[in-house]
Design a protein around this ligand. Structure first.
Ligand code: PGA
Length: 247
């Protein structure tokens, strides 16, 4: 049985002052959750998350990492640096990185391998745009995005987490129906299984895109939806914990 993972993606939100209360509230409420919990915070707040969450049931992580190990890459943060703050997770290939920062499928795959080499768990995001869905290209896009990742991870497939995030559902309040999401999650698992059937059964596949307390239960009830990557609703402890409790 795969454990359910509810991971917050804070994106570029927060401050030292506002994070303090959010982290404390998530930590305090985490005991009642049977799901695994994690928060992926902006890099400058990793030390704060580490201090607030060490010894708790809540893991933490980052939202991106450099494909390079070290050197003249101004502004970049390496996998080893994330390791210095005891990160468990790092989000890789979020659609906002792909679209605003030009990250290609190949770069996302290389970053996934970097994360694994540093013993971080990559949460690899895939998903189609509205135009791609309307063209009937959802399956082709998701498989195209996954292929270089599968090539890069090789025998480490069981160590990754995949997040299906339809771009048209992110931050828009539009959620894929549980059936629509399940269909793509099933396709993702089948694509993984072509490489390694046993590993494919272990990989947690999260849904992301306007997951909220009121729709989480139905989404999480689907057989191949193993958790959520939560953006907006992860910024309020009560909402984030309500999603965790729905799991
Ligand atoms: P959302 O974001 O929950 O605000 O739609 C999810 C994500 O982008 O990871």
């Amino acid at each position: 049985m795969r454990a359910t993972l509810i991971a917050g993606n804070w994106k570029m939100n927060g401050s030292l002052a506002s994070n303090a209360g959010l982290l404390d509230d998530v930590r305090a409420g985490s005991g009642a959750s049977r799901a695994q919990l994690a928060v992926c915070v902006p890099a400058p707040y990793l030390a704060q998350a580490q201090a607030a969450l060490t010894g708790s049931a809540v893991a933490w992580g980052a939202q991106d990492l450099s494909v390079h190990d070290s050197g003249a890459y101004t502004g970049e943060v390496s996998a080893a640096m994330l390791g210095d703050f005891d990160c468990t997770y790092v989000i890789v290939g979020h659609s906002e990185r792909r679209s605003y920062h030009g990250e290609s499928d190949e770069l996302v795959a290389q970053k996934t391998a970097r994360a694994l080499a540093a013993r971080l768990v990559p949460i690899v995001c895939v998903g189609e745009t509205l135009a791609e869905r309307e063209q009937g290209a959802t399956e082709a896009v998701v498989v195209r995005q996954l292929k270089p990742v599968l090539d890069a991870v090789g025998s480490d497939l069981a160590k990754i987490v995949v997040a299906y995030e339809p771009v048209w559902a992110i931050g828009t309040g539009k959620t894929a129906t549980p059936e629509m999401a399940q269909q793509v999650h099933e396709l993702i698992r089948a694509t993984l299984a072509q490489r390694d059937a046993a590993a494919a059964q272990q990989v947690q596949i999260l849904y992301g895109g306007s997951m909220k307390p009121d729709n989480a239960k139905d989404l999480l009830a689907m057989p191949d939806i193993d958790g959520g990557l939560i953006g907006g609703a992860s910024l309020k402890a009560a909402d984030f914990l309500a999603i965790a409790h729905a799991a």
